[in-house]
Design a protein around this ligand. Structure first.
Ligand SMILES: [Zn+2]
Ligand SMILES: [Zn+2]
Length: 255
């Protein structure tokens, strides 16, 4: 299985995943043009995408969903609450499939497992994508780490995990007390230290890649997130990366 985080953060999110002939996107939170360009930058084409799976209706996750679906006839998958909340942004879709949170969807060679996360959206989810050999988890936009989250992410070979903010930077930064409270709440975003603690509990020998995602440009810094994650993984040999807002990561391979 290969994957690339095409971009991550409050200005847009999208992840590309392929296994054999099956190619999907999780979220499409940039313009259609931008997503097509970022796919080209890793040697892939938007016209080959088989499906877009949507985590939740926030703009940074769905901006390009409608236009890509219509232009390239891409089916869109979401739960009903996300569909109802996202519909007025994405408009008509070429094709749509509804899942219930908790469902496992077979998408050609890929199995996509959905699980609930804690965030201020209608019915937000994360995904575990498997091909029978390896599993990749996508888990951002969650304010807390639940027992369910731990259970779902355990045993994955790759993790795309939210490291949203540094608590000190948030406290001393420009956000109003109300907005700070929203970010820190159980329905907001994960702080570096919470994510690092979670990561530590998920370590195992077959964990190959950990991608730190959805970093706040205002309340976090690449080095702080990296430091928190490094201290969590100890002397493990796994690959650590920080997903950027402006550029796609290279194509990474889970085996
Ligand atoms: Zn987001
Ligand atoms: Zn969100």
């Amino acid at each position: 299985m290969n994957f690339s985080v095409l971009g991550s953060g409050s200005k847009g999110n999208s992840v590309y995943i392929e296994s054999g002939k099956t190619k999907i996107l999780i979220d499409a939170g940039f313009s259609g043009k931008e997503i097509a360009a970022r796919l080209r930058s890793i040697g892939r084409g938007i016209e080959d995408i088989d499906a877009i799976f949507v985590t939740h209706e926030h703009h940074d996750h769905i901006q390009g969903v409608g236009v890509l679906s219509r232009r390239y006839h891409i089916p869109v998958y979401s739960n009903l609450e996300t569909f109802k909340a996202g519909e007025n942004v994405w408009g008509r879709l070429s094709r749509y499939s509804e899942f219930a949170t908790g469902d496992i969807i077979q998408m050609q060679e890929l199995q996509v497992r959905t699980f609930t996360v804690s965030h201020d959206a209608a019915d937000p989810v994360g995904f575990i994508i498997g091909n029978g050999k390896v599993k990749l988890a996508y888990c951002t936009d969650t304010g807390k780490v639940s027992h369910l989250l731990r259970q779902r992410l355990m045993g994955c070979n790759g993790l795309i995990l939210e490291f949203n903010h540094d608590l000190q930077m948030l406290k001393n930064g420009p956000y109003s007390p109300v907005l700070q409270q929203r970010v820190r709440s159980d329905h907001g975003h994960l702080a570096n230290e919470d994510a690092a603690c979670f990561l530590q509990s998920l370590l195992h020998e077959q964990l190959q890649y950990v991608i730190l995602a959805h970093l706040s440009t205002t309340n976090n810094h690449h080095d702080l997130a990296m430091m928190a994650a490094r201290s969590a993984i100890g002397d493990s040999f796994l690959q650590l990366r920080v997903a950027s807002q402006s550029l796609a990561t290279d194509l990474m391979c889970l085996k």
